[in-house]
Design a protein around this ligand. Structure first.
Ligand code: CU
Length: 193
């Protein structure tokens, strides 16, 4: 019984000690989630960046240490306006017409304990170019379909009778014409004699 009590007591002391050590480290507000998320692959350009932290941040009015940049591969910053702190979130609007590629988000906020905290993460944009691709894919399909469908029924009815009927007809006609010419010549020759 005494042994169990001492084991439980040491365990309780260890838990309290562990919490005491962990407490100062968690006092800094940490980035909990973001939109777009880290390493996210977007197909449409984001209109804003939203960062959510583990605790309420100190706003711009209280401390001017809040800053954010969203840089493309060439180093151009796409942040349109100053970041807005609201409770535990920081939001920043982005400029329109962001090109495809990788983006680096760097942020700096002031924790609820007054300490500045910063970090960075990246996301990528791979938007499909809509207008030219849609017309290019639909146009050839529509023209290709009638081209292959119509010649087949048209060719067969024409070529089948054309090969069979005209030849005997033409030969027969030729024979009749030849016979007529021959008899005409024979009649002419007889009349002259
Ligand atoms: Cu701190």
């Amino acid at each position: 019984m005494f042994r169990i009590r001492t084991v439980l007591a040491t365990a309780a002391v260890a838990v309290v000690a562990g919490l005491a050590i962990a407490a100062p480290a968690s006092a800094h507000d940490e980035l909990v989630s973001s939109s777009p998320a880290a390493d996210e692959q977007l197909t449409t350009a984001p209109e804003q960046i939203t960062l959510t932290f583990s605790n309420n941040l100190l706003s711009l009015e209280e401390n001017s240490g809040t800053a954010m940049t969203v840089e493309d591969e060439s180093g151009q910053d796409w942040v349109a306006e100053a970041p807005v702190v609201q409770g535990d979130t920081v939001t920043v609007p982005l400029k329109a017409d962001m090109p495809n590629g990788a983006y680096l988000v760097t942020w700096k906020v002031v924790s609820s304990d007054g300490h500045p905290t910063s970090g960075e993460y990246s996301f990528s944009l791979a938007a499909a170019e809509v207008a030219p691709t849609e017309t290019a894919t639909t146009a050839p399909v529509e023209t290709a379909a009638p081209e292959t469908e119509t010649p087949e029924p048209v060719v067969t009815p024409i070529s089948a009778p054309a090969d069979e009927t005209p030849w005997p007809l033409l030969i027969g006609l030729g024979v009749v014409v030849l016979a007529a010419v021959v008899t005409f010549i024979v009649i002419l020759v007889r009349k002259r004699r």
